[in-house]
Design a protein around this ligand. Structure first.
Ligand code: TRP
Length: 335
């Protein structure tokens, strides 16, 4: 329609560096499908980011395809969302180099993720790990994204992206849209089952702390049975004093739609054993249809290929336009 307002554009990415967790589902992916009506959505499998840390090539390929299938199984309709693999769109590497030259050594040195990751990978502190925020800025700025849904750990990277874009625009005029981080109102922050003061993470050393989206039901149930609680034997929401129980309540509430009050009365007078079993079962039922659909999609490689090819084509159309503009601005001769 001629007078239809241009939808705002969203871009987000997740690194296919491992299996997706219950935390990324409840905190992010689950909310993405509903955004497609209101926004123009681009979701990227950030495979180029993963190689800042050594990957096993066959595993990276498997994780990338599985993640794409899982996105679709979670309701991200490829007709309504652009789903693509970062390395399929060369514009990411092209713009990243240019942005590297507009990103300061000092500002990269201040990135907390760089400090954390270089401490964890002391034998492989490579230049890519250091310049990663410039690649992420390219990911976002290529699409002139308005909003970037990210977790708290990535807010600093959206900030530096805004700084880089502002600096570039300051020299060359309005080339880039300045994006905003987008923290959806809904979405749970899921903590580790074994150390509930930390976020549930696929890189957690303790595998019992983290539930994966495609895990077998018996493994999910076992992990919830082992979840850390406290010695009070009362199901009550109190994150400061009862982090384990409160985390389980969050998860149960997200899985069943029940309020904390309803959960408190459901388990009044019950021990933690019943409660943990109920949370485990609710999660198994929540994830079951997604796992089954993901498995079905993974068996249809031709379909998945058509999705990522189509996604790359749509993404490249937008991204190439931005690279063209940028190349011209910095003074590269038109081919
Ligand atoms: N750096 C993000 C992470 O590790 C993933 C990512 C890459 C991303 N490019 C992005 C997120 C662009 C949002 C927008 O989680």
């Amino acid at each position: 329609m001629a007078n239809e307002v241009q939808k705002k554009r969203i871009l987000s990415g997740i690194q296919p560096s491992g299996d997706l967790t219950l935390g990324s589902y409840l905190g992010a992916i689950r909310n993405w499908a509903a955004l497609a009506d209101k926004y123009d959505c681009y979701y990227m499998l950030a495979d180029m980011h993963t190689i800042t840390v050594r990957q096993v090539p066959a595993e990276l390929r498997r994780h990338t395809l599985t993640q794409l299938a899982t996105y679709i199984a979670c309701g991200l309709d490829p007709e309504k969302n652009v789903l693509f693999v970062q390395s399929h769109v060369p514009a990411h590497a092209q713009l990243a180099w240019v942005l590297d030259c507009y990103t300061m050594f000092g500002e990269l040195s201040r990135m907390t993720q760089f400090k954390d990751k270089s401490a964890k990978n002391a034998d492989n502190i490579n230049a890519g790990l250091f310049t990663y925020p410039a690649l992420m800025a390219a990911d976002i700025l290529l699409y002139q994204a308005d909003l970037v849904p990210v977790g708290g750990d990535q807010k600093q990277h959206v900030e530096i992206c805004r700084d880089i874009a502002g600096r570039f625009n300051g020299i060359y005029g309005e080339v880039f849209k300045i994006p905003e981080p987008y923290i959806p109102q809904v979405g749970a922050r899921v903590m580790s089952l074994t150390s509930p003061e930390n976020k549930m993470s696929k890189s957690d050393k303790d595998q019992n702390g983290c539930v994966y989206m495609l895990e077998k039901p018996e493994d999910i149930l076992r992990k919830f049975k082992k979840a850390v609680t406290d010695s009070e034997a009362s199901v009550r929401f109190d994150p400061a004093n009862k982090p384990g129980v409160s985390n389980l309540m969050q998860i149960y509430s997200a899985a069943t739609g029940r309020s904390f009050e309803a959960i408190e009365s459901e388990f009044a007078g019950h021990g933690y054993g019943d409660f943990k079993a109920a949370v485990g079962e609710a999660v198994v039922e929540l994830l079951r249809p997604i796992r089954e659909e993901t498995e079905r999609l993974l068996a249809d490689k031709a379909y998945l290929q058509s999705v990522y090819r189509d996604g790359a084509e749509k993404a490249a159309r937008v991204a190439n336009r931005t690279v063209g503009k940028v190349y011209k601005k910095v003074g590269f001769i038109d081919r």
